[in-house]
Design a protein around this ligand. Structure first.
Ligand code: GRG
Length: 274
């Protein structure tokens, strides 16, 4: 029996691709624009048919890296929601909420495997190692986020490193992969990487601010989820520079809603979030 014939696993893996809730598709959009800008003609191997069962729209040869990137991204979201015990994603029930943690973890693994098959089919070892490294970065970034050391949690350098691993690495390395597959020079691929890195860092900074300013409708999930999970993001770090007394609240933790409210009060006054 092939894996796609296990009905529950296949439908779990396809959940976000088939529910009509595609997310913003920020990463594939950036990559396809990058591909257009570099006039890419990327070879696509027949083995890529494997991933066509998962993405119904993105099928042309030039879109393989965009597909792979979205599959890695969605796999990380599935695992992230299990770790956070999240109940909503992209405006609907998260997969773990709808089908349970076990299937959500396996569906993430399944997508990662599909991404690997597609990646291997490109037959470019540099590109394979770039995107394989990204998966390690995602896991590292997520682990850094779980730190309980106050000095690390409240340190901007640590935050930026974590943000690179968690968000910017996928965008920067896939931008570089597009350039490499387009046969661009080393210089252009480094520029593509730097572009993706800065875009990714900016994207996460905005995402962190939106966690405080967005609504559940605009976010597709509950707001204030970072602070409720004790995740110290840039808006809090900026507010702590302005109001050092906020550090006491951060160190006490956000298990109590009183402390969440106290932090929000400082954030409301902070220039970092205006
Ligand atoms: C299994 C690959 C893998 C990783 C496991 C859980 C984990 C390690 C990493 C989590 C990484 C993570 C969730 C980073 C957040 C990045 C981010 C900004 C997500 C939101 O992206 P959007 O706004 O979401 O582009 P949509 O839904 O629009 O795609």
């Amino acid at each position: 029996m092939v894996v796609a014939e296990v009905p529950k696993l296949a439908s779990a893996a396809e959940y976000f691709f088939k529910m009509g809730v595609e997310g913003k598709r920020f990463r594939p959009t950036v990559l396809l624009l990058m591909a257009t800008a570099l006039d890419v003609q990327m070879p696509r191997h027949p083995a890529d048919a494997a991933i066509d069962t998962l993405s119904t729209e993105l099928r042309s040869r030039q879109q393989c890296i965009a597909e792979i990137t979205e599959m890695i991204h969605v796999a990380s979201l599935l695992h992230d929601d299990v770790l956070d015990d999240a109940d909503t994603r992209r405006g609907i029930g998260s997969l773990n909420f709808v089908m349970g943690n076990k299937l959500a973890v396996l569906a993430g693994d399944f997508l990662l495997s599909r991404a690997c098959v597609a990646l291997a089919s490109l037959k470019n070892t540099e590109v394979v190692s770039l995107l394989a490294k990204v998966v390690e970065h995602l896991v590292t970034g997520e682990t850094m986020q779980m730190t309980t050391t106050s000095d690390q949690r409240c340190n901007m350098e640590y935050y930026m490193q974590k943000t690179y691993y968690k968000t910017a690495s996928l965008i920067s390395n896939s931008c570089k992969a597009i350039a490499l597959l387009a046969g661009q020079t080393a210089e252009v691929s480094i520029l593509a990487y730097e572009y993706g890195k800065n875009l990714g860092l900016a994207y996460q900074l905005i995402d962190d601010v939106l966690d405080f300013t967005g609504t559940s409708t605009s976010l597709g999930k509950g707001s204030l989820s970072d602070i409720r999970h004790g995740i110290i993001t840039a808006p809090i770090l900026f507010a702590m520079e302005e109001f050092p007394e906020l550090r006491t609240v951060v160190n006490e933790g956000f298990d109590s809603s009183a402390n969440v409210d106290r932090a929000l009060e400082y954030l409301g006054k902070s220039r970092g979030i205006q």
